[in-house]
Write a protein that binds this ligand. Structure first.
Ligand code: SF4
Length: 396
């Protein structure tokens, strides 16, 4: 039998975490799925199971959130503080696993919140409903509203643009288009006169952070409440997240809590399996991440998959580029920053029609970097090859 070398961080392994979760779900040691012939992984699973009993199961241990996150704000003798545990749901795997951990720990006043950007895939909306139904945890939907910002922008365009000599037909068209559509993502871009980008990522703040804070957290910040904001972020996702603390205080009784911070991705899917909850089906359809459809940070491969599977997404972006261009002083707005397209020349006149989403989709169908079409991909597609292409190998 080949032996695996000792794990430097056994508590980060999927088996250890799965064992801990099984214990929290009151399963016996006999539930261990590994046989005696798989001694290494069996030991890890049992170690997680035993350690959880001793409340040493890392971020997922039953008392962890109470001892770490409420430190320093615990009620004094004679005082009572109400603890609220609120999980932010994105529709993706990490936030779903976070909800499952909170549920397994039986934390008090558990609820979840989903910020609807108006730019999610239909399957994500259905998945958020599924998650609420299956777990029994209420998920509150919040949406940003830019009605006031658009009214201010209309006034600004009608005065300042005219003072700056912008053509009258451009001013009139912008004033007409700057009306709330009811779609938060589109309204945000109309207000800003541009789309967000990886360098100007105002979307997360405006569409998710602010509405959740204003509509969910602020009403609870009464001085007598301890609010734990459970966030499904993992250190191995990005450099930005690598050095995040597991818990920090935002102020006013609000704490950020990230119980999955040291989890590997396998443990996230294992948590779904252990709880009998399906991950968002988009992971089986070529999406590495679940979020806006698409996210401004989407990769070339993701964009190719999206254009192939869901042409309506591309049609919607084409229309949004037309509308936001009208609200832009330059008369041009593209969903993806045109300069990211390696085929764009410095002197090109950038417009949505010439450098918009259709050009990016065309580029996504080329092989690395340039304009040469990727024949292998095109041949696979012409055969109707729409099998599972999950980056996580979910189909065994
Ligand atoms: S998923 Fe992407 S586009 Fe959507 S809010 Fe987050 S960063 Fe912005």
């Amino acid at each position: 039998m080949r032996r695996r070398p000792p794990e430097p961080w056994p508590e980060n392994t999927a088996e250890y975490i799965a064992g801990g979760l099984a214990r929290q779900q009151r399963k016996s040691r006999d539930a261990c799925p590994y046989s005696l012939g798989q001694l290494n992984v069996r030991s890890l699973w049992l170690a997680g199971w035993h350690d959880t009993d001793m409340t040493r199961g890392g971020g997922a241990s039953p008392d962890y959130h109470a001892t770490h996150c409420s430190r320093g704000v615990a009620a004094q003798p004679g005082e009572t503080m109400t603890e609220h545990n609120i999980v932010s749901i994105s529709g993706g795997k990490d936030s779903a696993a976070t909800l499952l951990v909170a549920l397994a720990l039986e934390v008090p006043n558990l609820q979840a919140v989903f910020a609807d950007t108006g730019h999610e895939h239909e399957e994500t909306y259905e998945y958020v409903h599924y998650l609420a139904n299956e777990t029994g945890v209420p998920i509150q939907w919040v949406r940003a509203d830019f009605t006031e910002q658009l009214a201010r922008k209309r006034a600004f365009v009608a005065t300042t643009w005219r003072e700056h000599g912008v053509q009258e037909d451009v001013v009139l068209a912008a004033v007409e288009i700057l009306q709330p559509t009811g779609n938060p993502f589109l309204d945000l871009c109309l207000w800003k006169g541009r789309f967000p980008s990886s360098k100007a990522r105002f979307c997360t703040e405006e569409l998710k952070r602010n509405p959740i804070f204003e509509q969910v957290f602020m009403p609870l910040m009464d001085g007598d409440s301890l609010i734990l904001s459970w966030q499904g972020v993992r250190a191995d996702e990005s450099l930005d997240r690598r050095y995040l603390p597991e818990c920090d205080e935002a102020g006013g009784g609000l704490f950020n809590y990230r119980p999955l911070l040291r989890w590997p991705v396998e443990a996230v899917f294992e948590a779904h399996r252990a709880a009998g909850i399906k991950p968002n089906p988009l992971y089986l359809q070529g999406c590495n991440r679940v979020g806006c459809m698409p996210c401004v940070n989407c990769t070339k491969d993701e964009l190719r998959e999206i254009a192939l599977r869901w042409p309506w997404v591309i049609a919607r972006l084409r229309e949004w580029e037309r509308l936001v261009s009208i609200a832009s002083k330059r008369g041009a707005a593209t969903f993806f920053t045109a300069t990211n397209d390696p085929t764009v020349d410095a002197g090109d006149n950038i417009t949505a029609a010439t450098h918009g989403i259709d050009r990016m989709v065309e580029w996504a169908n080329t092989s690395r970097g340039g304009r040469q079409y990727d024949l292998i991909n095109l041949i696979a597609r012409s055969g109707g090859d729409l099998r599972c292409s999950s980056a996580y190998g979910l189909c065994e």
